[in-house]
Design a protein. Structure first.
Length: 416
């Protein structure tokens, strides 16, 4: 008994894992189709362009404020390099930036940087908003007032992030130095480097989560936004590690100088925004999966009035039919000359023999009542019965019953 119970438990777990994997594959395929239909690759390019365009003014503002805050002293960015590298590391080693603060920059430089940062950050934020708006275009309408307020708030947060980077660069060095002087080489000394590596990913995840959940007028559930943001961040981390194997900043910088670094940076930034908008589509698909399914089936829908012929004997069609609503009678000959051979109820397939055997129709199908049927092309029907275990088990029984009913009719009437 115990062995049987264990076997049953393992079978249930295997079926559950299979259902989860099937659901994940279905949603991924739907998301890829939506990604292509919405042409999100163009929005990914716009997002990458907006980000790179705002990186220069942001760097200029950081240098200007840092030159004032540090009073002409060189900043030691070695302790903060692991934190700053995910954001501006595409230009190469960032520790050289600290030497630029040895002499305070002119006030015009700061004003120029701030004005350009406000303008470029607005372009960046608008590119994100437009992309998310396209993803959710089927379920929500944009509110101009809300969009403008959201743009302003996002710009403000971006400026605060710049100030936070400066503050971190200012405090990281003294904190690390104090810890080393106190000889805290146990937990604290190990926690600082780990935190410096985890914090950029946490900030990246927070950006993705806030935009996934905050920008759409009809917000996805928190759980869906959290999962989508985690998948996006993890995918970028894996893809970034893979790209680093081939796009070495040191190698390209040595061969091509600044242009090599720029090309490597462009590839990585575009890859991130491609993933960003793909997982935005996945977030939408997870939230409205049933709606997408219904929309797809609605394209296959066909309505018939009572008495309408759905297909005739010897017709050349190879489609299978699924009866969603109503009743359909199957007649071996012209309906006016004979009684129904079988009755198709809601939730059953019919016309499947011609689809599977690739032969002409062997009977007439007539709507007994007003009906709604889904017309499935042969390829779609075969994929359905291949991937749906329950239907594939039920279908042979259904076909056997209909063949038996046809044989009984032939024996009784002597006609085929």
């Amino acid at each position: 008994m115990r062995i049987q119970a264990l076997a049953l438990h393992n079978e249930c777990m295997a079926n559950r894992v299979k259902r989860i994997l099937t659901a994940g594959i279905q949603r991924t395929v739907f998301s890829l189709e939506q990604f292509g239909r919405h042409e999100m690759a163009n929005h990914a390019a716009a997002g990458a362009y907006g980000f790179l365009l705002s990186a220069g003014p942001a760097l200029l503002v950081i240098l200007y404020l840092s030159s004032i805050a540090f009073g002409g002293r060189t900043i030691d960015l070695s302790s903060a390099s692991s934190f700053l590298d995910p954001y501006i590391g595409s230009i190469g080693d960032i520790t050289w930036l600290g030497s630029l603060t040895t002499r305070p920059l002119a006030g015009f430089t700061g004003i120029f940087g701030f004005v350009n940062l406000i303008w470029t950050s607005r372009l960046f934020i608008l590119s994100i908003q437009r992309g998310i708006r396209v993803v959710y275009s089927d379920v929500s309408q944009a509110n101009p007032i809300r969009e403008n307020i959201l743009t302003f708030v996002a710009e403000l947060l971006l400026l605060l992030s710049v100030v936070s980077l400066i503050a971190f660069a200012r405090l990281a060095g003294p904190v690390v130095g104090a810890i080393r002087e106190m000889a805290l080489h146990s937990l604290a000394s190990k926690a600082i480097p780990v935190t410096a590596k985890i914090l950029p990913l946490a900030i990246l995840w927070l950006f993705v989560f806030l935009t996934y959940h905050g920008i759409p007028a009809r917000k996805p559930k928190y759980r869906i936004a959290v999962i989508s943001a985690l998948l996006c961040t993890a995918s970028y981390l894996l893809l970034g590690s893979f790209l680093n194997m081939f796009l070495s900043i040191e190698r390209y910088g040595l061969l091509y100088g600044v242009m090599g670094n720029l090309i490597a940076g462009l590839v990585k930034v575009y890859a991130f925004f491609w993933l960003y908008f793909f997982f935005a589509e996945l977030s939408y698909t997870m939230q409205f999966f049933e709606t997408l399914l219904f929309t797809r089936f609605h394209k296959l829908e066909s309505a018939s009035k009572a008495g309408d012929t759905i297909f005739a004997r010897n017709a050349a069609g190879r489609e299978a039919f699924y009866l969603y609503h109503g009743t359909v009678h199957i007649h071996p000959h012209e309906p006016s000359t004979c009684q129904a051979l079988s009755v198709v109820e809601e939730g059953d397939f019919f016309g499947e023999l011609a689809s599977i055997l690739d032969e002409p129709r062997s009977a007439w199908a007539v709507a007994e009542t007003d009906c709604i049927v889904f017309i499935l092309p042969p390829e779609l029907f075969k994929r359905f019965i291949t991937n749906n275990a329950e239907s594939s088990q039920h279908l042979p029984e259904l076909m056997a019953n209909r063949i038996k009913a046809n044989d009984d009719y032939i024996r009784k009437t002597g006609t085929s």
